[in-house]
Structure formats: structure tokens, C-alpha cells
Design a protein around this ligand. Structure first.
Ligand SMILES: [Zn+2]
Length: 239
């Protein structure tokens, strides 16, 4: 009995040690270059160009449009630029632009060029790109939403609310209905996921522009996605 208990403590200790090494120590060894700027600490395996200031300023500008408390807030961002490294940290999301580890709130970016403010993701041999500053704003919003709601509630938030809020922060609110509709209809989606995220954006943007929702009221919205999507579709006349 005693030896069983010792064995259990041993396993728990080794698990905790591995988790600590993997989560806190390994990133600090692998990503040896750091750049502190505004609310961010940007980490990379390679020297970081000064143009990161432009990228991070844009991300912060997006965050400041919304009701987030940024005072004393710091977000760590790790640029992988290496498939294996990203796969180690992204778990199941290795085709994503980036992931936010909801235990440590560290952000890992798959692949990006700082100088051109561009992030890349690959799926089935196709490469898709998006502004790096938008990706950083999106992932940082996940951390800020978690700060507002707590880990448990943020984990169980419906995807359309969680991802839709992050997308609206990343892209900004758009109150030009006809332009928004035209852009949506002209978009050829990279994959099913991109289309899903575009609808999340459309729905949360609709609530903010036409129903007076704030980030806080979106986060407590009880409506289901299908009914909000139907209302949004009807409003923008999208079939
Ligand atoms: Zn997200």
C-alpha cells in the first residue's frame, strides 16, 4: 500500500516536472532572443528585427479599441518559424496560424515574416497568409477574454462567441454594411475553418454594430449560433 502511494507520488512528481520543463524552461532555452515592447514580449529563435515595433503597435492599436484592461498586462509571444517546434507546442492545431496555450497563455506562432507583417499557415500543400499583427491581436484577445471570464468559463464559451470576439478585435469593427457584404461574397475561403471564422466575425460584428453589444455583453450572450447566423444572413442579404 505504502509503495503504491510512493509510486503514485513519483509519477505525479515526474509528470509535474516534465510539464514545468516543457512549459516554462524549454521555451526560454529554445527562443533565446527577446524583444520587449508595449504590452508584449516577443521571443524568437533568431535575432528580432526592429520592424517588430510596427507589428506590435498595430496589434495594440486593435486591442485598445475595446474594453480591455491593458495596464500591467504582458503577453508572451513565441515565433516558431519551424514546423517541428510549432507541432510540439500546437498539439492538435498544427495547421493553424498560431495557438494560445490556455494554461500558460503563451502564444506560439507557426511561421511569419516580421518585416512584411505577414503570418503563414499551410493546409494540404496550400499556403494561406494573413497580417501578423492581426494574428497577435486575435491570440492576445483569447488571453484577455480568459482574464475577464476565468479559465473555466472561457474554456466553455461557444466557439462563435470566443473566436468571433477575437476576430472582431483582430480585424476591427466594420460598420459599412454594403462593403462588408461585398467583401464577404467575394472571399474565396481557404478551407472550411476559414469560412467558419468568417461567419463568427460577421455575427459578432453584427451584434456590435447593429445591436449595441460590447465585448462584455457578447461574452454573456445566450443566443445560439444558428439563430444569430440566420439573423445576420438575413440582415446582410447573404444566401
Ligand atoms: Zn482563436
Amino acid at each position: 500500500m505504502v509503495s503504491d502511494r510512493k509510486k503514485l507520488f513519483g509519477i505525479l512528481f515526474i509528470t509535474a516536472l516534465c510539464f514545468f520543463l516543457y512549459t516554462y524552461i524549454l521555451p526560454k532555452i529554445v527562443f533565446k532572443y527577446n524583444f520587449y515592447y508595449k504590452n508584449f514580449i516577443f521571443h524568437s529563435t533568431e535575432p528580432i528585427e526592429d520592424s517588430i515595433k510596427y507589428v506590435l503597435s498595430n496589434s495594440q492599436k486593435n486591442l485598445k479599441q475595446f474594453d480591455f484592461n491593458l495596464s500591467g498586462f504582458t503577453q508572451d509571444i513565441y515565433l516558431c518559424n519551424n514546423k517541428i517546434l510549432f507541432t510540439i507546442y500546437a498539439f492538435g492545431s498544427f495547421n493553424a496560424f498560431a495557438v494560445n496555450n490556455n494554461i500558460t497563455n503563451n502564444i506560439f506562432i507557426a511561421d511569419a515574416s516580421i518585416n512584411s507583417n505577414t503570418a503563414y499557415r499551410q493546409n494540404n500543400g496550400k499556403v494561406y497568409h494573413r497580417k501578423l499583427s492581426e494574428i497577435i491581436a486575435h491570440e492576445t484577445t483569447h488571453t484577455l477574454v480568459q482574464k475577464k471570464t476565468g479559465l473555466i468559463r472561457s474554456t466553455f464559451l461557444p466557439a462563435w462567441i470566443n473566436e468571433g470576439t477575437c476576430e472582431v478585435v483582430a480585424k476591427g469593427v466594420n460598420d459599412n454594411d454594403s462593403l462588408l457584404r461585398a467583401n464577404f461574397l467575394q472571399t474565396s475561403f481557404f478551407d472550411k475553418n476559414s469560412e467558419k471564422y468568417a461567419w463568427y466575425y460577421m455575427c459578432v460584428n453584427f451584434l456590435m454594430v447593429h445591436k449595441g453589444y460590447t465585448v462584455d455583453s457578447v461574452l454573456v450572450c445566450r443566443s445560439d449560433f444558428d439563430s444569430i447566423k440566420a439573423e445576420t444572413k438575413e440582415f446582410y442579404k447573404i444566401k
